[in-house]
Every structure is written in C-alpha cells, then in structure tokens.
Design a protein around this ligand. Structure first.
Ligand code: 5IU
Length: 267
C-alpha cells in the first residue's frame, strides 16, 4: 500500500533494465503516462499519427505487421520522430514461440524489429526459453539500439475470457519468469499493478468511458486504471486515433492519466 505512493522517478531507481528506467524518467519529464496504440494500416498514417501525438506521449505502440506498405525506411522514420519528441517505440508483436524461432522473429524478416523498437513484449505461455531466445538476439546484435531493448511479459490481457486471467497461477508464474530476468524484463502488460515497485505496468483497454467493442475488448477509464488498479501507463488506441483531432484527444488523455497519477502519489 505504502509503496504504490512512490513517484515514477523513485521507481526508476529500482528498475534494472536501462530502457525501463528511461521510460519512467521521460514520463516524469513529459508529465505523460499515455501510450498511444497506433493501429493504423499505412506508413503515411502511422508517421502522421506519431508526429501529431508525439508531444503528448511517453510511448507509441505499433503493430508493424498491419502496415500494408511497411518498408525498410519505416522503422528509421519512426525512430527519428520518437527521438525528436522523446518517446519510446513499443512493437506489440507478442512473441509466442520457442526461443529459437523468436530469436529470428525479433531481429529478421521484413520488420527487423530490434533495429528500431525500444520495447517488445512476449507471452509467457512457451516458458522461459522465449526470454532466452529474445535475449540471444540482443546479445548477438551489433546495433547499439538493440542492446538496450526492454521486454514486457503479458501477465494479463484486457480481453474478455482471456486465459492469462482465468487460469489460476498463470499471472503468478509469469511474474516469477520476469523476476528471474530483471536486466531484460522491466514490466508487464496487465490490468493493474500485479507485482512490486521495481516493475512497470502498462494497461490496454482504456477509454473515456468503460464498455466494450463487441469483439471482446473491455474498457476501463484512466482514473480506474491508474488510480484504483495502480497501473503506470494507459494504452489508448481507438479513443485517440479515431478522434476528429487525435492530437487534442491525446492531450486530454495525457491530462486525465497524469491527474490520476498525481492523486495517487499524493493521496
Ligand atoms: N492490446 C489489448 N489488450 C491486451 C493486449 C494488447 O487491447 O491485452 I497484450 C492491444 C490491442 C490494440 C490496443 O493494439 O492494445 C488497444 O486498442 P484500443 O484502445 O483501440 O482498444
């Protein structure tokens, strides 16, 4: 209870992964705990959205594999925008295979994720080998960027009936896998704070009002996610990019998320 009152900056000191620390520091500097999920489908839309919401966000969450015209210039173009506006790139690839396969998936293929992303994520379902495989790719790289890659594990999902939440012990086992690899794993995708202050919690399924999308997504408000459930980062997709003015909407979500955080740490 007492520990959850720590500020993002105080928490940064406890996090071992360099990218996790950097995320918490830039959140405090930008007064933003907002990640925007850029689920658009062309390169032009992706770069335009990144540019528009850049000043408001701590992170841009991408799905490179839904971009119809992704090419080798897309990652570097995103990276340039991220550097200029000071946010991190999180490729939500949700690796889910054996170590040997994810080792190729993170560094190769069309998307070369480890060349431009700061943060990646993985299911814990395959067991610890998935972390070893991703770590091997990081160890073998000659790119400075990939060396500091940070990993998030899916401790819970936001969708109705998801097994991570339904199966007893799943979330706890996932936390144990993360505890064993703290130099690399700096946090979780979860509905709220599920472990200690030395991890960062990121929560998708966030909108101004609670509800669903008819396809299993379940929404909570920024106040509930940050204030009550004690998550750290709200991830907002359609709530922002489907708005008439995404930049203005991102600002509103940033302010709501930050108010909820300030209330939490001062309360
Ligand atoms: N996402 C979820 N729930 C999860 C995980 C990822 O919604 O448990 I792991 C992704 C899917 C989408 C974004 O890219 O987060 C949420 O988008 P909307 O805010 O548009 O629902």
């Amino acid at each position: 209870e007492k520990e959850s009152k720590l500020t993002y900056l105080q928490r940064a000191e406890k996090v071992k992964n360099v990218t996790g620390r950097r995320l918490l520091e830039l959140m405090e500097a930008k007064k933003s705990n907002l990640a925007v999920a850029a689920d658009v489908t062309t390169k032009a839309q992706l770069l335009e959205l990144a540019e528009a919401v850049g000043p408001e966000i701590c992170m841009l969450k991408t799905h490179a594999d839904i971009i119809a015209d992704w090419d080798e210039g897309t990652g570097p173009a995103l990276a340039e925008i991220a550097k200029r506006h000071q946010f991190l790139l999180f490729e939500d690839r949700k690796f889910a295979d054996i170590g040997s396969t994810v080792h190729h998936q993170v560094s190769g293929g069309l998307h070369s994720i480890s060349k431009w992303a700061h943060v990646i994520n993985a299911h814990s379902m395959p067991g610890p080998g998935i972390i070893s495989g991703l770590k091997k790719a990081v160890a073998e790289t000659d790119s400075e960027m990939a060396k500091s890659l940070g990993l998030l594990l899916l401790a819970e999902m936001s969708s109705e009936g998801n097994l991570a939440t339904a199966l007893p012990g799943y979330t706890q086992k996932t936390i144990e896998m993360a505890e064993a690899e703290k130099e690399f794993v700096f946090g979780f995708i979860s509905t709220g704070r599920v472990a200690g202050d030395d991890f960062v919690y990121l929560t998708p399924g966030v909108k101004k009002s609670a509800g669903g999308d008819g396809l299993g997504q379940q929404y909570n408000t920024p106040e509930k996610v940050i204030g009550e459930k004690e998550s750290d980062v709200i991830i907002v997709g359609r709530g922002v990019y489907q708005a008439d003015n995404p930049a203005k909407e991102a600002k509103a979500y940033r302010e709501a998320g930050w108010r909820a955080y300030e209330t939490r740490v001062s309360g």
